[in-house]
Design a protein around this ligand. Structure first.
Ligand code: ADE
Length: 424
């Protein structure tokens, strides 16, 4: 292993060879991002721009970081969750790609926040955020640096909710690109990515059979829909809990049982939250659970399960497998909590597969380019990814998948823009 001049705080640089192999493996499934990287290498749209990417440090994020660097960015990468870093990937980015990384799997909250501060010391012009932690820290603690910001791009539903709250409070004084709401992001990443990776995380942590289980999904947004769909596909009896009437109706008509968590908690063999809200599984829900119920979270923050109250009431807590803790309750029953209530798909598995992150990170890369090209021209507040970018990402992805579709004929184009033609 050669010594590196690149600043870093990673677990162990000797993990780099495995990380490099895995980064390249992920890259095979990321053809859209690859084409953007090639375009970036020619056009250098991010030349001279200081960037911070606060993402889950995975092989997919590595491919994003490599594309940003090809575009000329001077980027630093930090973790957006203490448990999601892949240490071999972090090591390879430093050792093989000369990209500064500050992320260690299992880092404590103090280290996590210190890494955010190190990233802000880089004095970024563009921030790629996943959950809005860096943007929130900038606004709260580095007001003097706000004038240096061209803009931010945000990956998640949770982060977009936080940005909206910042805007309503009058503190979001720069543009933020809403990557999450691009069609080529949430239709695929949130639904099929979270769907597959959450089941993957539960299975890797526990090795339980999904078939025949009563599988409770908290929420029925895009992420929850994906998990419900995949759990049902594996033979589980899926139950949905919701607070929104329209979503609850949609879940019912998609064929799922819908009920309040107080009822669902009594029958769930596996309970997963993906709501973006806090204490969706509250203290009283744990009291009514079946013996051995498995509880986990795949929403952005680790606040969806009230683990503080569970810890307080438990007479014993022990690790029974990696990422799997058994809590013994005063009623004598046990509750199994996975991944400390953090994103189970990234804690015990590898997050979403590369093929969906390809589109999410294509949006991140193009969103960053859009900010750079429109420096000083965009209003403060939240901006959609331009429709043509979204469509182009879909076109490139279909092309890479070898799927052809029809074109509108001239006659159809004319028909779609006229109002005089009705029934034949
Ligand atoms: N979010 C969910 N899955 C991810 C992955 N594989 N890489 C980066 N961010 C993610």
């Amino acid at each position: 292993m050669t010594a590196t001049q690149v600043k870093h705080e990673v677990k162990d640089l000797s993990y780099a060879p495995l990380g490099k192999q895995r980064i390249e493996w992920a890259g095979r499934e990321m053809p859209v991002l690859r084409q953007i990287r090639e375009q970036f290498a020619k056009d250098k749209p991010l030349e001279g721009i200081k960037m911070v990417a606060c993402c889950h440090v995975t092989t997919e994020t590595a491919n994003l970081a490599i594309a940003l660097k090809a575009g000329g960015a001077d980027a630093v990468l930090i973790a957006s969750n203490p448990l999601s870093t892949q240490d071999d990937t972090a090591a390879s980015l430093v050792a093989d790609y000369d990209i500064p990384v500050f992320a260690i799997k299992g880092e404590d909250n103090e280290t996590y926040n210190r890494h955010i501060n190190i990233a802000l010391d880089h004095r970024p012009n563009i921030i790629i955020d996943d959950g809005s932690d860096v943007t929130a820290a900038l606004i709260q603690h580095r007001k003097d640096q706000i004038k240096e910001i061209i803009g931010t791009t945000e990956e998640t539903t949770t982060g977009i909710n936080r940005l909206r709250a910042m805007f309503d409070d009058g503190v979001l004084t720069f543009p933020a690109m809403n990557v999450n709401d691009a069609d080529t992001k949430h239709f695929f990443d949130n639904r099929y990515g979270t769907g597959q990776s959450t089941i993957d995380g539960i299975v890797r942590a526990t090795n339980v059979l999904i078939a025949g289980k009563t599988f409770v999904v908290g929420g029925y947004g895009w992420c929850s829909k994906g998990v419900a769909l995949r759990a049902a596909g594996m033979g589980a009896n899926v139950v949905i809990t919701e607070v929104d009437h329209v979503r609850a109706l949609e879940a019912a008509m998609d064929g799922f049982r819908v009920m309040p968590m107080s009822e669902a908690a009594k029958i769930g063999d596996i309970i997963v939250t993906l709501t973006g809200n806090k204490h969706v599984v509250a203290s009283h829900h744990f009291d009514v659970m079946k013996d051995g119920a498995i509880v986990c979270n795949a929403g952005h923050f680790d606040i969806e399960l009230d683990l503080k109250s569970l810890r307080e009431k438990a007479s014993e807590v022990k690790e029974v497998r990696p990422f799997t803790e058994q809590y013994i309750l005063p009623n004598g029953k046990s509750v199994i909590v996975l991944g400390e209530g953090r994103l189970i798909n990234l804690a015990s598995a590898e997050g979403h597969p590369s093929a969906v992150m390809d589109m999410s990170f294509a949006n991140q890369a193009k969103g960053s380019e859009y900010l750079a090209l429109n420096k000083g021209k965009l209003e403060p507040g939240i901006h959609s990814i331009p429709r043509e970018v979204d469509k182009e990402i879909a076109r490139l992805k279909l092309n890479a998948m070898g799927i052809k579709i029809d074109d509108l004929s001239q006659e159809q184009l004319k028909y779609m823009s006229s109002w005089t033609e009705g029934t034949d």
